[in-house]
Ligand binder design. Structure first.
Ligand SMILES: N[C@@H](CCC(=O)N[C@@H](CS)C(=O)NCC(=O)O)C(=O)O
Length: 147
């Protein structure tokens, strides 16, 4: 198995993937892109991520974009680190839930909050409301419930 290459830029959403790489004992080669210089929009990089965004991961012919997907991919690629339940383990459900909760609910909620966006129909937004996101997190953290 070759060494994964992680494309990153400091102080970006790539930080979670950098943290994942640290948890795994620095298994990736890091390639830094200068976003201000537009390196993420160069043709070679756009072949990896047509959105021209970091992070991205390239590994043995696989290309992964989206920070949470990269973390999940790395956890599976290096199972000895024990960072993901086995695919047959019922805990895999909870694991998936919280892996996807971050980009699907926490990030949009935070962006709404930062931009002071108001929504007429919170039922139509994937994350609902700030209160619903925080109460789901709070319930999980305070009771240890897996739902
Ligand atoms: N949904 C992506 C978002 C990636 C993203 O927005 N990255 C920003 C940095 S935080 C970026 O590369 N921006 C440069 C650009 O869009 O030109 C993820 O979670 O990985």
């Amino acid at each position: 198995m070759g060494k994964p290459v992680l494309y990153h830029m400091p102080q970006s959403r790539g930080a979670t993937t950098l943290w994942m790489n640290e948890e795994l004992g620095q298994v990736c080669d890091i390639k830094l892109l200068n976003l201000k210089a537009g390196e993420q929009k160069q043709p070679d990089y756009l072949k990896l991520n047509p959105m021209g965004k970091v992070p991205a991961l390239s590994h043995d012919g696989a290309v992964v974009t989206e920070a949470a997907a990269i973390c999940a991919y790395l956890a599976d690629a290096f199972p000895d680190a024990g960072l993901a339940p086995a695919t047959t383990d019922p805990l895999r459900g909870v694991y998936y839930r919280w892996m996807f909760f971050a980009p699907s609910c926490i990030e949009p909620m935070m962006l709404d909050k930062l931009s002071k966006a108001t929504r007429e129909n919170s039922g139509a937004t994937g994350h609902g409301t700030e209160e619903s996101v925080l109460s789901a997190l709070s319930l999980r953290l305070s009771t240890g419930h897996s739902f």
